[in-house]
Ligand binder design. Sequence first.
Ligand code: NAD
Length: 491
Amino acid sequence: MSEQQIKPYWQNYIDGAWVDGGGGRIAVEDPASGETLAEVARADGGDVDRAVAAARRAFESRYLQDLRPAERGQLMFEIAEKVAGMADEIALAECLDNGKTLAGGRNEAMACARYFTYYGGAADKLEGRMIPLGAGYVDYTVPAPFGVSAQVVPWNFPLQIGARSVACAIATGNAVVVKSPELSPLSLCKLAEAIDQVGLPKGFFNLICGYGHDCGGALVAHGDVDHIVFTGSLATGRSILRAAAERVIPSVMELGGKSAGIVYADADLEQAAASTAIGIFTHAGQVCSAQSRLLVHRRVHDEVVDRLVERARALRLGPGIDGADLTPLISAPQLDKVEGYCLAASQAGADAATGGRRDDGLPGHFMAATVFTGVTPDMAMAREEVFGPVLAVLPFEDEDEAIRIANGTDYGLCAGVYTKDLEKAHWTADRLSAGQVFVNEWFAGGIETPFGGMKRSGFGREKGQEALLNYVQTKNVAVKLGSGAGGRPGG
Ligand code: NAD
């Protein structure tokens, strides 16, 4: 496969039509080579207006709302089938614009398809309640859609993150405008192609690509948007929340993390090391739920570090298309940032047990697999999201200290515990301030398991059945029967 197989220009999808962007074009780079791979239409304010207006018209048509929920689900199964049929093309797009391996790109396609089958299957299972009010009254609740849902997507897993929000929104009868990430927009265009091929009426799904500061900002501040789903950094989340507050509209915030795994002395150390390597080196650490801190009991600290260093050094750095183990970072600024954290940690007294530097031998944005020891909780590397293949190892003496360090950052997305003692695992999980806790295997959850943050990692939940509740608002209908209190109809 080669870059020639990637279409040179990708348009936006508004109101059921493929269109150019009012802002011209954005060049999309292959992070493994640093070369321009393709161009994508750049949406401006006018495009945002047109996309939101199309979504509004679609929503007001009531097509999805009036459909039997099972038929909504059927439409979603058709989307899933189309996406699965495009898995090879999607894998190539994700490989070349995002740096993933082909297997990783294929996984994106299949996760996207699965979100549509999972939430398609849930469309007819979201029910209201009946509330007893005594004789003469009937009261029930309706899970009502919000209307136009604006969804802003990050670059690291654009297709599956986009899909999880779009699928929930469509399953519940909303209309959607998605702003794809400017760094890796291609795979979401394939989702638009899939949706274009099924019978979803125009306007229910719109896809625009643009920069965050203009296109993204204009979308979330748009006066006709009813609901915002944002997945991305804490800084951008704060700015979007200001726009949501201005218009008093609900939002889901899926933000960053600084997640810690705790290795107790009784843990299976080989299992802990293997799981940690996956937790931090998958997609070169550019994962919101990455296991970027490892807290290790002093008694087993050196042994765990040795095992991790061995695993890190065994990883083959290279382009995803070649099936490398450790793939590039998304951009040159991202590489500078990640290396900057390593430099600062070294200056603050931590030691790179392995890695700590970029790999200059390759043309793209490659960072060596890195394990830092001697990290203290106050260092930037231990508190801030590095978003690279960089593991900070911190020792602890006892359970209380482990919990204190684990909970000692602003974030609360994920956490983990490695132990053979089930009681200790539950005790620890109970005390960790994190939306998802993994026991003995990082990333042990799935599409079925609710995911989202505590503290500054955000609010609202994606994935699992719980996510659907973020896409509906409860409407209560209280009915007075007959003419008098407690009266029979007509009586
Ligand atoms: P980012 O915040 O820089 O950008 C995310 C999206 O927001 C992009 O589409 C961008 O164009 C847009 N954007 C930027 N400024 C905007 C503005 N002012 N108004 C509206 N939109 C704007 O994040 P990123 O670098 O793309 O992604 C990495 C971050 O995302 C990390 O912090 C990571 O932890 C987080 N993330 C969280 C989850 C989760 O589910 N919690 C999943 C993946 C990534």
